[in-house]
Design a protein around this ligand. Structure first.
Ligand code: GUN
Length: 287
């Protein structure tokens, strides 16, 4: 069994990005700028946003985090987004999810300028992904494919099973696996015989947000297990994935750990997407 360290892969990719970004002031007059909006004090979100700021600093991307009260209204948030859309010094806008219940997330995501949508969540970016047109790819799915490729894991012709059908991970990663010519099955809470379906997986991607749901008896011998979950273990309070690492690792040929697996790759791809949005703008200005 081999562990796929997202932490190590992300560190080496960030080194390369740092070298690239260092050339930007001379070439373009400035570095990329990412603005992150965080509403409220959810500990998970606060920690994710801090990770994004730290990675930006490492790579040399200018990061601004705007923290707003959980009483912020939808109209106030929309007004801020319109202001950032029209600000030429801002290349990427990320609104940390989930948002308070009083705010309609779909409306917020659609309000972000497509060109600054570093999450790849805007309906036009989602449509482009499903039509195989150039687009900003969602960070977690993009990071997962990079992890598989970093280990030369064959995707074409393999059975990929994705557990979870969210807009952020399950659906887009299914499409990226399909683009790589895997045969893809998407499972969810209403899937009967989840264990039997998982046992057919050569590549098993788990994104359900519940601790240790997938156990070793659900994993085929020699499978690749990608664990997207970040949960608090209800007993120990420590971080754990959606997979039971110890028992899954006994069966898997490759497995991602939590922490240090998919999470750092998500942040790394956010850096990449911010650079991509910046370069698209610079090209538009000079072409
Ligand atoms: N919350 C959990 N994951 C994500 C993500 O990838 N982007 C945003 N904006 N919020 C999230």
């Amino acid at each position: 069994m081999e562990i796929i360290s997202g932490k190590e892969l992300a560190a080496s990719l960030k080194q390369k990005m740092m070298a690239e970004v260092a050339t930007f002031p001379q070439r373009y007059g400035r570095v990329p700028q990412l603005t992150v909006i965080l509403i409220g004090n959810d500990p998970g979100s606060v920690s994710y946003v801090a990770g994004k700021a730290k990675a930006s600093e490492e790579v040399g991307i200018d990061n601004k985090t705007i923290r707003l009260s959980d009483k912020t209204t939808e109209d106030e948030l929309l007004a801020l987004i319109y202001q950032l859309n029209n600000d030429d010094s801002v290349d990427g806008i990320l609104v940390q999810l989930p948002l308070p219940k009083a705010i309609n997330s779909d409306k917020i995501i659609a309000a972000i300028s497509r060109e600054k949508d570093v999450d790849g969540f805007h309906p036009l970016n989602v449509a482009a992904l499903w039509q195989k047109q150039p687009c900003i790819l969602p960070c977690t799915p993009k990071g997962i494919i990079k992890m598989l490729k970093s280990k030369n894991i064959e995707i074409a012709g393999k059975n990929a099973v994705v557990v979870g059908r969210s807009n952020i991970v399950g659906l887009p990663v299914s499409k990226l696996l399909l683009n790589e010519n895997a045969t893809v099955t998407v499972c969810h809470s209403r899937t009967p015989n989840l264990k039997e379906v998982c046992l057919r997986a050569d590549i098993l991607v788990v994104a359900i947000g519940r601790p240790r749901q997938i156990t070793g008896d659900m994993v085929k011998e020699g499978a690749v297990v990608i664990d997207v979950g970040v949960n608090r273990d209800p007993e120990t309070g420590k971080l754990c994935g959606d997979c039971d690492f110890a028992s899954c690792a006994e069966k898997a040929a490759f497995i991602t750990p939590v922490p240090g697996g998919v999470g750092p790759m998500t942040i790394c791809c956010l850096m990449e997407n911010t650079i991509e949005c910046f370069l698209n703008k610079m090209c538009d200005l000079s072409c």
